[in-house]
Design a protein around this ligand. Structure first.
Ligand code: BG6
Length: 581
């Protein structure tokens, strides 16, 4: 996944583009580049973070222009080098791209037979060559012909040497938004990149080609004009600032009590706003990364309500030969609403005429738009690549859906106490720092738990892996002794998550099994114990307990990564949501 931005208007494009790239950096940060256009094209590229590109821009004599495109990369085809960095240019065509061209090598061979010379190993350069190949006088026509030949996903911002006052863009699967300003226009992967300039945006449909001039914009598909509504974003650039925190991750964790309270206020007396899952016999829950683990918590909660639930990661679900039974609901969980595998799983369900429910954080995202129903997690903009507040909101929504099936009054009482108890968890900073100091040098760390505690162990382990690069695995507590326990050595750290009453003693015995092999236990539970390292979690209704538990594991992961000096908001090799397969 990458971030792209394009600008045409009265300002110096390099300022708008650089500012936008900084806001898009969570989408990929192994190389970046920009092209400015006046009579000629001026391209500036760099490897690594946006700050490297900024240094280069400051040292470069930039042409005077009003049109530009830029890109921050998460490499899929070709190493993160300056040559492979975007923009790419062939003939009269210069462009930036987010997505994957699946038939790039075929098209490349064809074009090479036509004498086209390529400079890079990227799939994107093939798109520039293809448009250039079809281009005579009409750019929209050339783009139409090119996209009819391409297989895969793309969001493209395109400049043509012959059009001194135009910028083009088109998307298929990958997100792309058109920003509408006062005599200036933007295209970008994410509205957050242009909020400093405008809140007015247009959501583009698949393969709708946009032509932007300084005065206006035109949208066409199959050479027919398309009318699209201009929306107003309720996000502020405040949402994208650090607000005094050192990292977005900590800022976003600290927002959890307020965000949880907002959801409680919204649904407490308006449960009718939530779909009634009891009318479904079968529920499939699908997601990627942390969204999958939130779904796993949902599975344990809904099974307690007597609902048959199956879980799968989207990248497997999309290729499984699933037999859809009548009365099935497929729940798609995604912070961004743009993760390619989850989109494919959703479209599989839609094409089998089963109901789909999106639990997403981004209004207007592909998954939100294409599902039968959708619930927004209202976590606000989440910028840190490792999700925290969106995960908490996903679990809260799932627990409310479960409560709606079997309403028990204790849940409601405890729900009102949740924001305060969450605050108590987040205030134990000193203790998390101490714990982090004792484990940050470890090479391997294990997590164990049963049922909901197992799901939260998976998320706790993922958080630690994502941002501290410590090798960490989570296991069903009862499963460890069937093999993996051979990896336990004196000094190996094992977190035991123990909040589930019914299986508490079982998990404690499993913890004792590893202690007897020299492991260092870290107990995360609701009942006080005599272990040296322990995080005592305030007790609350079982459907809400995972929210308190995961918050403590998010904090521990943060302080371990901080102690190791890791780039907490932009861990290596990761991206906020992966819009490619
Ligand atoms: C990964 C992110 O790329 O995608 C994870 O690094 C996230 O934090 C996962 O959980 C799924 O993303 P989404 O947007 O579909 O929830």
């Amino acid at each position: 996944m990458c971030g792209i931005i394009g600008y045409i208007g009265k300002r110096k494009p390099e300022e708008v583009l650089l500012n936008g790239l900084k806001k898009l950096e969570y989408r990929g940060y192994d190389s970046a580049g920009m092209a400015l256009f006046n009579k000629d094209i001026q391209m500036i590229k760099s490897v690594g973070k946006i700050s490297n590109l900024e240094d280069k821009l400051n040292k470069t004599d930039l042409i005077d222009s009003n049109i530009g495109i830029a890109h921050t990369r998460w490499a899929t085809h070709g190493k993160p080098t300056e040559v492979n960095a975007h923009p790419h240019r062939i003939g009269k065509i210069t462009l930036v791209h987010n997505g994957i061209i699946e038939n790039a090598s075929e098209l490349k061979k064809e074009l090479e037979k036509e004498g086209v010379k390529f400079n890079t190993t990227t799939d994107t350069e093939v798109v520039a060559a293809l448009i250039n190949y079809y281009y005579e006088k009409n750019m929209v026509d050339a783009i139409e012909k090119a996209i009819s030949r391409i297989k895969g996903s793309y969001a493209l911002a395109i400049i043509c040497d012959d059009d001194k006052d135009k910028l083009y863009a088109v998307r298929c699967e990958s997100p792309l938004i058109l920003g509408v300003g006062d005599k200036e226009f933007f295209v970008t992967s994410d509205i957050g990149a242009i909020l400093d300039y405008t809140k007015k945006y247009v959501l583009l449909g698949e393969n709708e080609i946009v032509t932007l001039t300084r005065k206006d914009f035109k949208i066409e598909k199959n050479h027919k004009k398309v009318k699209r509504k201009v929306n107003i974003s309720n996000l502020t650039s405040e949402d994208t600032s650090l607000n005094g925190y050192d990292h977005y991750m900590m800022k976003e964790i600290q927002e959890e009590p307020i965000l949880v309270n907002n959801i409680i206020k919204k649904y407490l007396d308006n449960l009718e706003l939530l779909p009634d899952l009891s009318k479904y016999k079968h529920i499939h829950i699908v997601g990627c990364g942390s969204a999958y683990y939130a779904g796993l918590v949902g599975k344990y909660l809904l099974e307690e309500d007597g609902i048959k639930v199956e879980m799968d990661v989207a990248s497997e679900y999309r290729y499984r030969n699933i037999v859809y039974e009548d009365n099935t609901l497929v729940i798609l969980i995604s912070q961004s609403g743009e993760t390619a595998d989850t989109i494919a799983a959703m479209r599989k369900a839609n094409s089998n005429n089963v109901d789909t429910l999106a639990i997403v954080n981004v209004l207007g995202s592909t998954i939100q738009r294409e599902c039968t129903y959708s619930i927004l997690t209202e976590a606000g903009k989440e910028i840190a690549v490792a999700t925290t507040k969106a995960f908490v909101q996903q679990v809260l929504i799932l627990s409310l859906l479960s409560y709606k099936i079997n309403k028990d009054t204790k849940y409601l009482k405890d729900l009102k106490k949740l924001p305060k108890k969450l605050k108590v968890i987040l205030d134990q900073t000193g203790y998390y720092k101490k714990l982090a100091d004792s484990i940050y040098k470890k090479k391997d760390i294990f997590f164990i738990g049963r049922r909901v505690d197992y799901a939260i162990s998976m998320e706790g382990s993922l958080k630690l892996k994502e941002i501290s690069y410590i090798h960490s695995e989570a296991y069903q507590a009862g499963e460890l002794k069937h093999g993996t326990i051979s990896l336990i050595n004196p000094g190996t750290v094992v977190f035991a998550v123990v909040t589930d009453k019914e299986t508490r003693d079982k998990t404690i015995s499993n913890l004792e099994e590893v202690i007897s092999r020299g492991a260092i236990p870290i107990y995360v539970g609701t009942v006080d114990v005599s272990y040296d390292n322990k995080v005592i979690i305030p007790e609350i209704h079982p459907k809400l307990q995972p929210i308190l538990t995961v918050a403590s594991l998010q904090m521990i992961a943060y302080y371990v990564a901080l102690k190791k000096g890791c780039d907490i908001d932009k861990p290596k090799n990761l991206a906020k949501s992966v819009t490619v397969e």
